[in-house]
Design a protein around this ligand. Sequence first.
Ligand SMILES: CCCCCCCC(=O)SCCNC(=O)CCNC(=O)[C@H](O)C(C)(C)COP(=O)(O)OP(=O)(O)OC[C@H]1O[C@@H](n2cnc3c(N)ncnc32)[C@H](O)[C@@H]1OP(=O)(O)O
Length: 221
Amino acid sequence: MTSQPNPEPHKGFGDLGERPWKAAGLPAHPGADPAAYGRSWETLANALSGFLDALAESVPGRETVEALAADLTTWSDKLKPLASPERDRVFGRRTDLHGRGQSMSPKLVVIRSDRDSVEGTVHFGSYFLGGNGAVHGGAIPLIFDEILGRLANSADRPPSRTAYLHTDFRSITPIGPDLSIRAWFVSEEGRKRILRATIHHGDTLCAEAEGLFVALRPGQP
Ligand SMILES: CCCCCCCC(=O)SCCNC(=O)CCNC(=O)[C@H](O)C(C)(C)COP(=O)(O)OP(=O)(O)OC[C@H]1O[C@@H](n2cnc3c(N)ncnc32)[C@H](O)[C@@H]1OP(=O)(O)O
């Protein structure tokens, strides 16, 4: 399952000229090059997700909260001067990694995929808690958009965007266990691609979705 680059990249960023990270020995587009960071970006993404889960679960003392806030501010201040145009970034663009090297959506592990379907597992950590052990109702469409959007734009298909995403919550989606996730094409006519997906906990259907993805016309953002 591979993502297709938008033929008309996002406009609004000036030409950077020489990319500053090239001086650090990185390629021009480090997000598109799995070798750029070795295993270190994957380690970072896992550490970030693990941190968010640990924070969500913990009840730290006030001193710990203050120290943590100071540490995070230090890192934000270090990273802000390194801000780069969207097309050059790494976060969320490492399609070779489970979870694309980001922490916004839960980690999707693809076990099998072909041109028209994909199967895998998804794990919602405590960061995605809604209440009473159930995943937040907004996080479920998030992973559906992730898996359906990637499948809709896979193979040689031109890029598309989600026009609608209908989600039915059939039973509680639990925080913690690995869940089965499946997505498949229902139809593909002209610019319109209809796909469906399910999440199961064992034999229990937790949620299902249908999405319409519309192929972008040239120049459409
Ligand atoms: C670059 C790739 C990144 C992949 C990211 C993964 C997916 C995402 O999360 S994308 C982010 C969320 N989605 C968005 O931001 C999309 C915002 N919306 C849009 O950009 C536009 O409305 C867009 C592109 C979906 C459709 O607009 P447009 O290209 O003008 O299509 P339009 O001509 O109106 O419609 C085409 C067909 O789709 C149908 N259609 C469009 N929207 C809907 C809808 N919500 N419900 C039902 N049918 C619809 C139309 O009726 C039409 O059907 P027909 O050809 O049979 O008459």
